[in-house]
Design a protein around this ligand. Structure first.
Ligand SMILES: *Cc1c(COP(=O)(O)O)cnc(C)c1O
Length: 449
């Protein structure tokens, strides 16, 4: 009975997979304030040319630079596990596999793109990077990557998380980054928010506005985004490519692939390489899992909206809850984003992938069951994928179907123990679906065309 399915370093993928090559329709373009498609040059103020090219590319395979592979080899290829003990606890005939991205130094999948982004910025002569972080996973990942390539990193951390996750902050500082609680009074965007809401706990959208503003204002500084954009999803496809090879090693292929979905890079990372198989007749179902309190795909609208809170980014056609939607302070900080990747959104809109929303208590229940069977303590974000897999495995127990289920364990939860404490002491709640707040926010959608 094999538990870990390992790939040797020599089998680490040499190219990223670009799902755009296999999408039935071209992605909707990003639009500027005038409603016209944004020319690539317009993005050069905050991104290096190589990443702008990747953002627009339709090439199926994009080579991974050797310098990037060298750093990724510190933890990649990551192991694939068969969850024998979880299966036994659920008394399910389903076969459950998970890819473990918690083995990266920062403890999640996010360094896969952080390393690539830091490399291309370094190559372009950039000295500093700014970014936002919610729970701190992305800030840590970029801090780590900045260290690897000798770049300064400044992180705007959502205020509510800055208070809840002090050790994430220390980890970023260990890797040499500067960290500020957002909204700050250091940027016009931050000051504008503080004027309207002096007690603002911040949001990813606000922190993005601050980081973008700073990068746009300095020639030596670029901005790095941890999810949402096409090039970020591209860099994460190394997860699904490895998983596909690993499943092949044990003669398996998934019926369903699950991943938690905030901005979409975790989901795209594991799911897109399997999407490629649909062209050759695979019926694999790809399921994005989100919180019921921030139900972007399942309750949002598919329209053009800003990626940030104050409207500095281009307009992206995506599922959105409105760019000024303030999600409840749930404990999966990485999933509190009002929008979603344009690629994930378009595939969902065309019925090519699926989405489900799960309430907070069910996610922790599933995460604790996972820790007690498989041993690894998952990040609250990852608990969403686990909860959806547990639901499906229980269905299999009822129907007797032996489905093969694969999910991405996007990170460990060692810095999230306050959230687990709350769960154990009964203080964690299921937030109601914030319909009124979403309706209010949707009223402020930008008018296009
Ligand atoms: C950020 C994060 C997610 C969500 O990632 P997206 O790519 O934005 O969907 C999921 N799990 C963990 C552990 C994360 O840190």
């Amino acid at each position: 009975m094999q538990t870990k399915i390992l790939l040797p370093e020599s089998e680490m993928p040499t190219h990223w997979y670009n799902v755009i090559a296999d999408m039935p329709n071209k992605p909707a373009p990003y639009l500027g304030p005038n409603g016209q498609p944004v020319p690539p040059e317009a993005m050069l103020g905050i991104f290096p040319e190589a990443l702008v090219m990747q953002e627009m590319s339709g090439e199926r395979w994009v080579p991974i630079p050797e310098e990037v592979r060298e750093v990724l080899r510190l933890w990649r290829p990551s192991p694939l596990y068969r969850a024998h003990r979880l299966e036994a606890a659920l008394q399910t005939p389903a076969r459950i596999y998970y890819k473990n991205e918690a083995v990266s130094p920062a403890g999640s999948h996010k360094p896969n793109t952080a390393v690539a982004q830091a490399f291309y910025n370094k190559q372009a002569g950039i000295k500093r990077l700014t970014t936002e972080t919610g729970a701190g996973q992305w800030g840590c990942s970029l801090a780590l990557a900045g260290q690897m390539f000798g770049l300064e990193v400044r992180v705007y951390m959502v205020k509510v998380s800055y208070g809840q996750k002090p050790y994430r902050r220390s980890l970023m500082q260990t890797w040499g980054a500067e960290v500020f609680a957002s909204p700050t009074d250091m940027t016009a965007a931050g000051r504008q928010i503080l004027k309207a809401h002096p007690d603002s706990e911040g949001s990813l959208g606000i922190a993005i506005s601050e980081a973008v503003e700073e990068a746009a204002g300095r020639a030596d500084t670029n901005y790095a985004l941890g999810s949402v954009l096409n090039h970020v999803l591209l860099h994460q496809t190394i997860i699904g490519e490895e998983a596909r090879k690993q499943m092949k090693l044990v003669d398996e292929y998934p019926d369903m692939v699950f991943a938690s979905c905030g901005g979409g890079s975790n989901f795209g990372g594991i799911a897109f390489p399997f999407f490629a198989d649909k062209a050759t007749g695979s019926n694999v179902r790809l399921v994005a899992v989100e919180p019921s309190s921030c139900p972007t795909l399942t309750k949002g609208v598919y329209t053009y909206d800003f990626g940030d809170a104050v409207g500095m980014t281009p307009l992206m056609k995506m599922y959105t809850l409105g760019h000024d939607f303030m999600p409840p302070g749930i404990h999966a900080g990485g999933l509190r984003y009002h929008g979603d990747s344009a690629l994930v959104s378009q595939l969902y809109n065309e019925g090519l992938i699926e989405a489900v929303a799960v309430p907070q208590l069910e996610t922790f229940e599933a995460g604790v069951l996972f820790a007690r069977t498989e041993g690894i303590l998952p990040a609250p974000e990852s608990n969403h994928a686990i909860a959806a897999v547990v639901r499906e495995a229980r269905e299999c127990a009822k129907s007797g179907e032996a489905k093969t289920l694969l999910f991405n364990l996007s990170g460990h939860g060692h810095f999230d123990m306050t959230s687990y404490d709350r769960y154990f002491s009964g203080q964690l709640e299921n937030y109601e679906y914030p319909e009124a707040a979403i309706q209010e926010s949707l009223r402020h959608l930008p008018k296009v065309g």
